[in-house]
Design a protein around this ligand. Structure first.
Ligand code: A3P
Length: 293
C-alpha cells in the first residue's frame, strides 16, 4: 500500500519543453538512458487514446488468444509504464522484466529513449480524435489523485488547446508519430477504427506482430477486448490500482468507451472555437480523424 501522505496532485515540470508530472521529471535521467531491447514492443499513445485497450489486444495476440493467460496479472504489471515514477519506477520494473517486453509510454516521439529507434523496435501508436480524447482526459484527471486538478470543463478545454496538459500537446503528439511512422516500424492505428471494425484492426496488429491466429481466435479476442467485457474484467478495469489514486466513484476508469461522447460536453460555442483553433494547429498534415462513426 502507498502511504496516503505521499499522494498529491503533482505539479507539472518542463522536460525538454514538455510538461510532465514532477516525479517523472525528477526521474528523467533514468528514462532518457533506458536501454531498449530489439524484441521490445512499444505501445505509444497520448493519454486516454485507448492505451489499455491496445495493451489487452497485444497481450492476447502475443499469447495466441489465451484468455486465462491474460488474467495472470493486472494490465499495469503485464505492460509496464516506461516513464512512470510514482508509486513505482517503470524503468526499474522494466530492467527486471524478462524479454520479450511490452512497454507502455505516453511520451511524445522526441522524448522516447533513443535506444528504441536505434534498435528499430516495433511500436504500435493509437490516436484518438482530439474532442473525445480531451473529454476522456478531463474525467481521468478528476478521478486520478496524482494528476493536476482539471478545474471546470471550460478551463480544462482551454488548457488542452494551450497544450499545457501532462505529456504536452495532443496536436504535436499525433502529428509527430504520423510523420515518423514510415521511417520506423510504427503501426499507426485509430481508436475510431478499432471501435468501428475491431476485427479488421486486430488483424493489422496480428500481421504486425507476425502472429497468424486464424478467424476463431480473432473473434475470441474481439469479444474479450470489447468495452463491456473489459469493464467487468478486474485485470483491466483499474480495480487493481489503489483507490487512493484511482477514485472510481468520481469517474470509472472504463468510463464510456464511445466515439462522439464529446457532443455531451462541448457547447456550440466551444466547438466553434475549438474547430477554428484545430484547423490552424493541424495545417499541412495529411492526418485526419473521425469525431463520429
Ligand atoms: P472514455 O473515457 O471515453 O470512456 P487509456 O487506456 O489510454 O487510458 O484510454 C482510456 C479510454 O479508452 C477511456 O475512454 C476508456 O473507456 C476507453 N476504453 C478502454 N477500453 C476500451 C474498449 N475495450 N473499447 C472502447 N474503449 C475503451
Amino acid at each position: 500500500e502507498i502511504p496516503e501522505s505521499l499522494i498529491k496532485r503533482f505539479p507539472l515540470r518542463m522536460v525538454h519543453g514538455i510538461p510532465l508530472m514532477e516525479p517523472i521529471a525528477q526521474n528523467w535521467k533514468h528514462v532518457e538512458e533506458f536501454q531498449a531491447r530489439p524484441d521490445d514492443l512499444l505501445i505509444a499513445t497520448y493519454p486516454k487514446a485507448g492505451t489499455t485497450w491496445m495493451q489487452e489486444i497485444v497481450d492476447l495476440v502475443n499469447n495466441g488468444g489465451d484468455i486465462e493467460n491474460a488474467k495472470r496479472a493486472p494490465f499495469h504489471i503485464r505492460v509496464p509504464f516506461l516513464e512512470l515514477a510514482f508509486p513505482d519506477s517503470g524503468v526499474e520494473i522494466l530492467n527486471k522484466t524478462p524479454s520479450s517486453r511490452i512497454i507502455k509510454t505516453h511520451l511524445p516521439f522526441q522524448l522516447v529513449p533513443k535506444s528504441f529507434w536505434t534498435l528499430n523496435c516495433k511500436t504500435i501508436y493509437v490516436a484518438r480524435n482530439a474532442k473525445d480524447n480531451a473529454v476522456s482526459f478531463y474525467f481521468f484527471n478528476k478521478m486520478n489523485a496524482v494528476q493536476p486538478e482539471p478545474g471546470p470543463w471550460d478551463e480544462y478545454l482551454q488548457t488542452f488547446m494551450e497544450e499545457k496538459l501532462s505529456w504536452g500537446s495532443w496536436y504535436d503528439h499525433v502529428r509527430r508519430y504520423w510523420d515518423e511512422k514510415d521511417k520506423h516500424r510504427i503501426l499507426y492505428l485509430f481508436y475510431e477504427d478499432i471501435k468501428k471494425n475491431p476485427a479488421r484492426e486486430i488483424r493489422k496488429v496480428m500481421k504486425f506482430l507476425e502472429k497468424d491466429l486464424g478467424e476463431e481466435v480473432l473473434e475470441k479476442i474481439v469479444h474479450y477486448t470489447s468495452f463491456q467485457v473489459m469493464k467487468e474484467n478486474p485485470m483491466v478495469n483499474g480495480s487493481t490500482v489503489s483507490s487512493l489514486i484511482f477514485n472510481q466513484s468520481i469517474s470509472p476508469f472504463m468510463r464510456k468507451g464511445e466515439v462522439g461522447d464529446w457532443k455531451h460536453y462541448f457547447t456550440v460555442a466551444q466547438n466553434e472555437v475549438f474547430d477554428a483553433d484545430y484547423q490552424h494547429k493541424m495545417v499541412g498534415t495529411t492526418l485526419t480523424f473521425r469525431t463520429q462513426i
